[in-house]
Design a protein around this ligand. Structure first.
Ligand SMILES: C[C@H](O)CC(=O)SCCNC(=O)CCNC(=O)[C@H](O)C(C)(C)COP(=O)(O)OP(=O)(O)OC[C@H]1O[C@@H](n2cnc3c(N)ncnc32)[C@H](O)[C@@H]1OP(=O)(O)O
Ligand SMILES: NC(=O)c1ccc[n+]([C@@H]2O[C@H](COP(=O)([O-])OP(=O)(O)OC[C@H]3O[C@@H](n4cnc5c(N)ncnc54)[C@H](O)[C@@H]3O)[C@@H](O)[C@H]2O)c1
Length: 310
């Protein structure tokens, strides 16, 4: 096992002896999917990263290469040639594909990280369920949707669950492992072992809205947006307040831009529809306006703040 530290946080990449999952297919090559593919490849697993867009896949490979470089710089501080080997080997374990069905055929585990939309996820999981071998575990990285509802379209309900990672995946140490109503004990154990093998600390949660982290974090971010929208304080001052007054690494508005304002809106709209009387889930006109204008945060160069385009 290799242990290393990034910004004061302990990391490990290891191939667990008990972990029977060797071939992982990640569907969705965006922000989350590329991070999940990276940590699995770092842990020695064979990864197929799938997206509908070849352009996205090319961009993902580039960002995975750069982020592996950041990890290698710390892991192999005194041996840059070993660092280069580490990056090349990890990148070599990642194949890309555009056909989810074909890419499922040799998978032990499939992690879905596509758009936060129930209909789109249902369509994909129906396809994966019929294409993947019988032993394959199917998991969703959904931020806010019900695991039971996503899994309602698959026949293998005992082999379905939630694996919720955090952004940026290579840095954030937590993995929420979500048991659906019909997730088997074997599947749950395999998901926990796999999470550990990719260097994460796993917690278990029932299938409740937002699981643990987002049920607390999303209302916090939304309250910060409402505070800003009312003009109670400037965006900068709200962020400074929570960084210096509460010790958060990012302020809530910076974090909203970092996660993606579209993702924030998908989550809030979904919860508002389900729980219309909950004031914490009420729509936020400012959020709706920014998303309608295509200002989605860091990924589009503008959200609550403006960013330099890379
Ligand atoms: C909505 C969803 O369902 C759930 C979610 O994901 S909610 C979001 C959860 N995430 C958070 O709350 C993130 C909060 N923010 C943070 O922890 C920190 O601000 C941060 C880790 C993102 C960035 O840290 P910060 O010190 O501001 O910036 P930066 O200097 O760029 O990065 C710090 C270190 O992390 C490393 N790093 C950052 N991103 C990385 C990545 N993608 N891959 C590898 N390493 C990375 C950098 O190399 C740097 O290392 P160094 O200090 O040794 O040079
Ligand atoms: N952004 C976050 O901080 C965060 C954190 C944890 C979980 N999540 C969840 O992870 C999922 C992905 O979020 P993201 O931020 O990576 O989104 P993203 O927009 O960055 O990436 C989604 C990718 O999925 C691709 N895609 C869409 N439909 C597809 C399909 N049918 N087959 C294959 N690829 C398809 C898109 O082309 C896009 O590249 C969502 O469910 C989100 O709620 C997001």
């Amino acid at each position: 096992m290799i242990n290393f530290r990034i910004i004061g946080r302990q990391f490990s990449t290891s191939i667990s002896k008990q972990n029977a999952i060797k071939n992982v297919t990640v569907i969705g090559g965006g922000l989350m999917g590329s991070g999940i593919a990276q940590v699995a490849a770092q842990a020695g697993q064979s990864v197929t990263l799938v997206d509908v867009s070849s352009d996205v896949l090319a961009k993902s490979q580039k960002s995975i290469g750069a982020n592996l470089g950041r990890v290698a710089k710390k892991l192999y501080k005194d041996k840059p040639e070993d660092g280069e080997k580490f990056v090349a080997e990890a990148l070599g374990r990642i194949k890309t594909a555009t056909d989810p069905g074909e890419a499922s055929k040799s998978a032990d585990l499939i992690v879905e990280a596509i758009v936060e939309n129930m209909d789109v996820k249902h369509k994909l999981f129906k396809q994966l369920d019929s294409a993947a071998p019988a032993h394959t575990i199917l998991a969703s990285n959904t931020s806010s949707l019900s695991i039971n509802e996503i899994g309602s379209v698959v026949k293998r309900k005992d082999k379905f669950g939630g694996l919720h990672f955090f952004n940026p995946v290579p840095v954030m140490r937590l993995l929420e492992v979500v048991k659906g109503a019909e997730t088997s004990e074997d599947t749950y154990k395999s998901m926990m072992e796999w999470g550990k093998a990719v260097g994460k600390t796993c917690i278990t949660c029932k299938d409740t809205p937002g699981f643990v982290v987002n049920r607390l974090l999303v209302p916090y971010i939304c309250e910060a947006m409402r505070l800003y929208e009312r003009g109670d304080a400037s965006a900068r001052d709200i962020d400074i307040a929570m960084k210096l007054g509460a010790g958060y690494p990012m302020g809530p508005l910076e974090l909203a831009d970092y996660v993606g304002l579209d993702t924030n809106k998908f989550i809030l709209d979904g919860w508002h529809k389900k729980f219309p009387d909950q004031p914490l889930f009420k729509p936020i006109p400012l959020l709706n306006k920014l998303v309608a204008e295509g200002k989605l945060g860091v990924k589009t160069g503008e959200g609550i703040y403006k960013y330099d385009k890379k």
